[in-house]
Design a protein around this ligand. Sequence first.
Ligand SMILES: O=P(O)(O)OC[C@H]1O[C@](O)(CO)[C@@H](O)[C@@H]1O
Length: 409
Amino acid sequence: MNKPQIPNLLLPAPLVGSDAGSFTEFTVTQRMPDIARRVIAENKFSIDINQSLEELAAELPSGYLRTLTNDTGADFHNWEKYLELYKHQHWVDVPWFFAETYFYRLILNITNYFQPGGSQCIDPFLLQKIKGLETSINSIISLCTPVEKWLIQSQQEGKPSKSSLITLLYFALWGNRVDLSLWSAFEDDRSSFDIQIQLNNILIDDSFAVTKLLTKSQNNRIDFVIDNAGFELTCDLCLVDFLLGGGFTNQVYLHLKPHPTFVSDAMVKDVVYTKDFLVQSSHPQVQSLGKRLTENLASGRLVLAEDYFWTSPLAFWEMPILLKDELAKSNLMIVKGDANYRRLLGDRSWDFTTKFADIVSYLPAPMVALRTLKSEVATGLTAEVILELANTDPNWLTNGQWGVIQLIS
Ligand SMILES: O=P(O)(O)OC[C@H]1O[C@](O)(CO)[C@@H](O)[C@@H]1O
């Protein structure tokens, strides 16, 4: 039977910024203006660029979407098409996912990211990304040390270690708490957590099923849809390292953003920067991780890929066919983070008890989502759990304290 191309169910309405009192409203009217102003404060753009960024910040709460001028970005014509649907609408009235992705694309338009000149390819969020990595160095050391031990153990035992893999899945999950669009790298270091204590905060945990799937056949590839640079990326790279070195797979593709977006989202250059940062560390186990990553990149066992789909406002089921065919070759897709989860759901207001599998029925390969909750969407929860969370932690949907590991195979 052919797989459906869209969710099995009727699509509910998308989240929008005009939902009074919602986190989406808070994001469009306050967080996004703050982020635009942080770009001004943390860079040395010209007075004209800063003025234009300030205008963008000021128009978000009650203004209209502006058009995109042709900045020669490879995705410019696609954005012209996406914008057709929402001409002359207020920022708060368009689907939230569209508003956010367009906002980040506009920042690049304003800062002349795509055009030849002094600010071409300047990542407006670079300072945050670097700081995020540097401040988490102690957590990175604490993680790299056991990873090396587990690798040696699995190589000695000649078989993949499921328990170590589960631990690394947990690190990859909780690494997603560190999100620089919500918590600036200049505030607290959120990279330190105890995964044993955090176990109680995993609302759905399919990690064991993931290890079973991965030990069934070890010669296939894994595709990792990456989220944030910094500590989260380092956790993900530890997982990748263990998947490759621990006998779970022989090839991993990392899917990365083609341009800066959502503040901390990782691009190819951020992976390279992180790998070099690890290699240059004076800590032996951190350095070894960097060297293994370098070798895996050189041998093609680790492949870095980028696609403009990942910075588009499209739902996962609207993925271009070429990318979908590519992902169909995967033994497992690992989809990281909140924004990617929102893309899987089309950022729509599904009832939280809806079966995840019924929504993502269109996927071309098995998939596990590792997501800490930072937006008002959820699936696969029981009514009892939802009620209990609402009573005990009113901000459970958005405070990043709760997580899910949801597998669809
Ligand atoms: O880095 P992540 O996990 O994708 O989180 C980004 C998400 O966090 C937010 O910044 C807050 O919800 C959203 O804008 C977005 O969904």
